[in-house]
Design a protein around this ligand. Structure first.
Ligand SMILES: Cc1cc2nc3c(=O)[nH]c(=O)nc-3n(C[C@H](O)[C@H](O)[C@H](O)COP(=O)(O)OP(=O)(O)OC[C@H]3O[C@@H](n4cnc5c(N)ncnc54)[C@H](O)[C@@H]3O)c2cc1C
Length: 422
């Protein structure tokens, strides 16, 4: 460390998805003091919103729960939810980070009994289900939330609904006077694990996302297939609630396209295989068409691809659809040309799922970070000993197992950074 200033051995991890949680636990279990910040009310990130994981199709809570129980044992790990980084000054070994906290309006007395939710009729769009349904204005973010603590939505503060919510709590857990706050922490290294957000389907003008409720995105499909999703796990046409038995999965919706995301997000092909499996498991007589440019099933995930490919009711159409139109019966249709047969098609479906890609969520970071052309946070060339480290999808498109590997590597780099600065 230069300037001979005080050196902090504490590691800050920004983002509490699977990558940030993994990096934080690995560093804490190796003996470092760790602070983990998450901007939303619960840890788990996008993984918590998945119905199941490829390739084994197990439930994401398997992986997350193990991590949460490790976290509970790590006394040198502090977790702050509803918290982000506002400013960073200093250098490796001695960063001063100003963090900003948002009010939850619910303190640690909360037992998650749910009486507050029962007390109000006020509803807000459910962020966990990508606003596909509504939730009480006093809500648990989801049934496996960590921390297991309710949130009162800011929109009801100052209204009689807030008083009803407070009045219903037997444990004095509702604190309507909470306000935004900020405080400084001194840390030696920062791991950026800020993850991704889904590409905005409204930007894909030829796919007319808003023209029918039966055109959804791949992340919405994850929620629709989930038992705690907006349809209770039923895969349906959102227009009329009928079973969706003819489903189109449109690959590279905006990906590998210089007008949108020029890169491949690596996971969308496999996610769509998983979506084909969701539909086929639910309806024995369902048919799924997958429109693709080429299938990218990397490494061992090819076995999962072959399994789906062998299903005679899953049909692979080599084509990048030109457009989506709504026909006279109100059904959305995929239109284009089959690249192999040269046939033109216009096929109606119960449900069309756009496989939109992952774009970095970090936006404009509060400190100068090296980002690639697409906004992913990458190492500074020639600065192997930097105190700024990225992992998971913040560093590039990765699946869960690759994210966890990169998080473990980031924990080690952060330890080296703070030890090297001492
Ligand atoms: C449709 C779809 C299905 C998928 N299915 C699978 C699958 O089955 N199997 C698989 O292996 N992979 C799958 N993936 C990929 C998987 O979702 C990612 O690998 C995983 O989410 C990466 O985790 P992460 O922690 O890096 O990012 P995220 O999950 O995005 O977590 C980042 C966290 O950081 C928080 N955050 C962001 N900015 C800030 C900030 N400034 N301050 C504090 N906190 C912040 C966010 O709120 C979030 O909690 C799928 C992807 C898609 C698009």
């Amino acid at each position: 460390m230069s300037n001979g200033g005080p050196s902090s051995q504490t590691i800050l991890v920004v983002g509490g998805g699977i990558s940030g949680v993994s990096a934080a636990i690995e560093a804490a279990e190796a003996g470092q003091e760790v602070i983990l910040l998450e901007s939303t009310a619960t840890l788990g990130g996008r993984v918590a919103q998945l119905n199941r994981y490829f390739p084994k199709l197990c439930h994401p809570t398997c992986g997350l729960e193990i991590n949460y129980s490790r976290m509970k044992k790590a006394r040198n790990l502090k977790v702050y939810t509803l918290t982000t980084v506002e400013n960073v000054t200093g250098e490796r070994g001695n960063y001063t980070v100003t963090v900003k906290t948002q009010p939850r309006y619910v303190n640690a007395n909360c037992t998650a009994c749910g009486d507050c939710a029962q007390a109000t009729e006020a509803k807000v769009p459910n962020p966990f289900n990508y606003a596909m349904d509504e939730i009480s204005a006093a809500y648990l973010p989801h049934e496996m939330a960590f921390p297991m603590r309710y949130v009162v939505d800011g929109s009801v503060i100052g209204t009689p609904e807030a008083d009803k919510i407070k009045g219903a709590c037997k444990y004095d857990a509702v604190d309507l006077d909470e306000r935004e706050g900020s405080f400084d922490v001194t840390v030696g290294a920062i791991v950026w694990a800020t993850g991704w957000q889904p590409y905005d389907p409204a930007k894909l003008t030829s796919y007319r996302f808003d023209s029918s409720p039966d055109i959804i995105t791949n992340v919405e499909m994850e929620r629709m297939a989930s038992h705690d999703g907006p349809t209770g796990g039923k895969i349906v046409r959102l227009s009329d609630g009928a079973e969706a038995k003819k489903v189109a999965l449109v690959q590279c919706a905006g990906s590998r396209d210089h007008n949108h995301l020029p890169y491949c997000s690596r996971v969308c092909c496999l996610a769509s295989m998983k979506h084909a499996a969701y539909v086929r498991e639910r309806y024995a007589d369902a048919n799924v068409d997958i429109y693709y440019i080429d299938i990218r099933a990397h490494d061992k995930l090819d076995t999962f691809y072959q399994r789906i490919k062998n299903d005679p009711q899953v049909n692979f159409v080599k084509s990048k659809p030109a457009s989506i139109v709504v026909n006279d019966e109100g059904r959305p249709c995929v239109k284009g040309e089959n690249t192999l047969t040269r046939e033109l098609y216009e096929e109606p479906y119960d449900l069309i799922v756009l496989a939109t890609g992952m774009e970095p969520a970090v936006g404009a970071p509060p400190v100068s970070l090296t980002q690639d052309d697409y906004g992913f946070i990458v190492p500074d060339e020639g600065e192997e000993d930097s105190g700024m480290i990225s992992c998971g999808v913040a560093s590039g498109p990765l699946d869960v197992s690759m994210s966890v590997q990169s998080a473990t590597a980031a924990a080690l780099k952060a330890i080296q950074a703070v030890k090297g600065a001492a």
